[in-house]
Write a protein that binds this ligand. Structure first.
Ligand SMILES: Nc1nc2c(ncn2[C@@H]2O[C@H](COP(=O)(O)OP(=O)(O)OP(=O)(O)O)[C@@H](O)[C@H]2O)c(=O)[nH]1
Length: 419
């Protein structure tokens, strides 16, 4: 749970801001109506994700509340009754994140959206690629102010190395002119790699050069920024691009994930299979396992269907713990498929550990134990379908042999040892 400090003398505005922020289950607000209350709140606890402060308070008529929040290094959003260009520029120079006029519900929605963005940014990695140290430092410090995890590279080649080492980077901001590999070549190289297709790429180009900017877009950039840029333009473009990417991800997840267990569905399995089986190098490493909870019907019959659903969710969560780098699919009912390209010994020891964990876990609030049976096909096959067929036949044999066992070839065992 993240805490947000709200300092505002109008009780109506306080209530609206509080409601909009706390509608999001990640947040709770501490409400203060003047500077004195804000001081004592910050003295007793300054673990706030952000501060939302009114510029003029009865006991702080000259922006002292803003200075206070900034002195605690809090990402600060300023609320004000009227828009004044001079004050706005002054506040942004002081280091506030944004300056929002109290006009309508829409303005307060902006505040709650920005606070949620800060929360997401804490785990969002951005790579800044720029050979000018001054410009790079400026962009990095703006990004850090918005709570991003920032990585840096001096040119395109260095950027590719960083992307390889930090595979969860979500956005790249890169200049056009750099030694070794320039921004265009970098974005073209990135777009060539399937893994990086969804990465947000924002190009930086010199002011007013529309040829450079269109060249960036044509090379595969999502957007561009002309240097020098305004603080607000910078973060509006960054936020907008990240939000579009998240929306695409949400749509994709709803097409690819099983809604109950949040592991992949069969549709995604077959899509992935094309990738895995199109190349001999990956095809020969594929290991397919069919994992089935034993006597699951009995769980439904004893505890009800809802508890059965919770068991499936907890069973899937356990699989995610033991097979973090493998593809986990709900094949149907209580039957799951795990597709791995890990070295067989490493993967099979994970299967063994998983079986042990299933035996000892107390599932659902009824705290009962279950077991599972597993059929594995580690031999090379021309298609996923035929590997699935073999793994499924072995699962059937494991069930027939008494359940709670793993069938790697023709013999069952209580743990996964290559035979
Ligand atoms: N709660 C719940 N039950 C499901 C779901 N999907 C399938 N089932 C139930 O899972 C049960 C599967 O039963 P069986 O195929 O007989 O398998 P089993 O009881 O696990 O027996 P073995 O596999 O032989 O160990 C059926 O009762 C289905 O109704 C689901 O999404 N939620």
């Amino acid at each position: 749970m993240y805490k947000v400090l709200v300092v505002e003398d109008s009780s109506t505005v306080r209530k609206i801001v509080n409601k909009l922020i706390e509608d999001n289950p990640h947040f709770t607000c501490d409400l203060c109506e003047d500077l004195a209350e804000a001081k004592s709140a910050l003295e007793s606890d300054n673990e706030y994700l952000a501060a939302i402060v009114d510029l003029n308070l009865p006991d702080a008529p000259n922006g002292e509340s803003v200075e206070l929040a900034l002195s605690y290094n809090l990402p600060t959003i300023v609320l004000t009754g009227n828009f004044d260009e001079f004050t706005r520029a002054q506040l942004l120079d002081q280091g506030v994140l944004d300056y929002i006029t109290k006009e309508s519900r829409y303005s307060y929605l902006q505040v709650s959206k920005l606070v949620d963005r800060l929360r997401k940014n804490l785990t969002t990695k951005v790579l800044v690629v720029e050979d000018s140290k001054t410009s790079r430092n400026h962009i990095c410090s703006l990004l850090r102010k918005f709570q991003f995890q920032v990585h840096e590279a001096n040119d395109g080649l260095e950027a590719l190395e960083v992307l390889d080492n930090h595979r969860d980077i979500k956005m790249v901001i890169a200049d056009h002119r750099m030694p070794n590999m320039d921004g265009y070549e970098l974005v073209r190289t990135i777009r060539h790699e399937k893994r990086l297709q969804d990465l947000v790429f924002i190009g930086l180009s010199a002011s007013g050069d529309s040829v450079l900017t269109s060249k960036f877009i044509k090379s595969g950039a999502n957007d561009f920024l002309s240097k020098p840029f305004y603080h607000e333009e910078f973060y509006c473009r960054i936020m907008q691009n990240l939000e579009s990417q998240e929306m695409i991800q949400t749509i994709r997840n709803s097409a690819n994930l099983d809604p109950l267990t949040k592991v992949y569905n069969r549709r995604f399995l077959y899509e992935k299979a094309d990738e895995l089986f199109s190349r001999k190098a990956t095809r020969s490493n594929v290991i397919v396992s069919m994992i089935d909870a034993d006597n699951f019907k009995g769980v439904n019959d004893t505890y009800g269907h809802k508890t059965g659903d919770v068991l499936l969710q907890e069973f899937s969560a356990l699989m995610k713990d033991y097979f973090p780098d493998d593809l986990i699919v709900r094949y149907g009912g209580e039957e799951f498929t795990v597709v791995s390209v890990r070295p067989p010994k490493v993967y099979l020891s994970a299967l063994s550990a998983f079986m042990d964990a299933v035996r000892t876990t107390q599932f659902t609030n009824h705290k009962f134990n279950i077991t599972c049976s597993i059929g594995v096909c580690a031999e090379e096959h021309p298609s996923l379908e035929s590997q699935l067929e073999v793994a499924d036949a072995r699962l059937y044999n494991a069930k027939r042999a008494g359940r709670d066992q793993i069938m790697l070839r023709d013999t069952a065992s209580k743990s996964a040892q290559l035979v």
